[in-house]
Design a protein. Structure first.
Length: 350
């Protein structure tokens, strides 16, 4: 009886500790957070109830640390029971290790074995802490149906820009990943999207992406001059140049872009001239083709040759060699085809 009372008392104290220590998750985790990570969690994210947020800091800012802090803080406050993390397949083990090592939170990774061994038939109901592979969920309708019938307190999506949708003419086309984003957005109370590349240069695509967080606010096709966009309440983006240490110094060295001139050797200059001439002649030939699609394909391939030339002599050599092999193979196939037509043989190689 005394032991049970002691455990209950400790649990009660733990549940209320955040009132006395506003940074409880920081002090109970195995991390040394940076100022921008603390402000992201405690100033930009935690005050929002429920959270519908896009964390878009530059690569290297430690977005996984911020997500772990947010998870840990909600747990300390007794406001988080079921949480789901969706990430590209190559990152799921990294997420599992980071959350375990730094925050003492153990997640299971969703797998076919977990699906088959589910006692209820729905592994999302059986496991309150899961990490799932993005494409494994988005490409399987049966799994998505089970996910649709589950409920979550928090869903985090890493590399969330992969959940893309686009307008082609007046038609909206949603990818399977985007449809997954819409699905989980309706099954969770807190929804956190994470990406270092939220904008692809097309404002209407960005609006569709933000619609995953607020479908009413970003409904319809974006029209410049009609729609006004203020994302300050649901998005944070910090570039490397603005990330500081506690002493005020920059965490990352300053990025400087400048042009360095150099003189080509005679063989390099000759190679550059020959490749440029080859690309020019082939482009002229491609322009005369009636097949617009094939003309565009050839033009793209020739443009890549110039990029390979700028990369290194070894790179352009491999590209030209592959092109020579492909052209020789195509010539041989055409010869065999003509030979077959000449002799009326559908299989001239026999």
């Amino acid at each position: 009886m005394a032991r049970n009372f002691d455990l209950a008392l400790k649990r009660t104290v733990f549940d209320w500790l955040h009132l006395f220590d506003p940074l409880m998750a920081v002090h109970t985790s195995n991390i040394d957070p940076l100022p921008h990570q603390i402000t992201a969690v405690y100033e930009a994210m935690l005050p929002k109830q429920p959270l519908r947020f896009l964390l878009a800091d530059d690569p290297g800012a430690g977005k996984t640390i911020m997500a772990g802090l947010f998870i840990r803080e909600l747990m300390v406050r007794g406001d988080l029971r079921r949480r789901l993390i969706i990430a590209p397949g190559s990152l799921v083990e990294q997420w599992q290790d980071e959350l375990d090592d730094k925050f003492g939170v153990i997640f299971k990774i969703f797998s076919w074995e977990l699906l088959e061994s589910s006692q209820s038939g729905n592994p999302f109901d059986d496991n309150p802490m899961l990490i799932c592979r993005l494409d494994q969920l988005s490409r399987n309708e049966d799994i998505k149906e089970k996910l649709r019938n589950s409920e979550w307190d928090l869903v985090i999506v890493d590399e969330a820009h992969k959940m893309a949708a686009h307008f082609f003419g007046g038609k909206l086309e949603k990818t399977k990943r985007y449809l997954l984003g819409e699905l989980v957005g309706h099954t969770t109370r807190h929804f956190l999207l994470m990406t270092a590349t939220p904008h692809n240069g097309k404002e209407e695509d960005f609006q569709l992406f933000l619609a995953l967080l607020d479908s009413d606010r970003f409904y319809g096709k974006f029209r410049d001059g009609v729609h006004k966009v203020d994302t300050s309440d649901l998005m944070r983006r910090m570039v490397k140049e603005d990330i500081l240490k506690f002493d005020g110094t920059k965490l990352f060295p300053e990025r400087l872009a400048y042009t360095v001139n150099y003189r080509l050797s005679l063989p390099e200059a000759a190679l550059c001239e020959q490749v440029t001439s080859y690309v020019r002649e082939e482009m002229n030939r491609a322009d005369k083709l009636e097949d617009g699609k094939r003309r565009g394909t050839i033009g793209s391939a020739l443009t890549i040759l110039q990029r390979r030339l700028a990369s290194s002599p070894a790179a352009i050599y491999r590209s030209l060699n592959r092109r020579r092999i492909n052209l020789e193979r195509r010539i041989e196939e055409e010869k065999l085809l003509q030979k077959g037509k000449l002799y009326g043989d559908s299989n001239p190689t026999t």
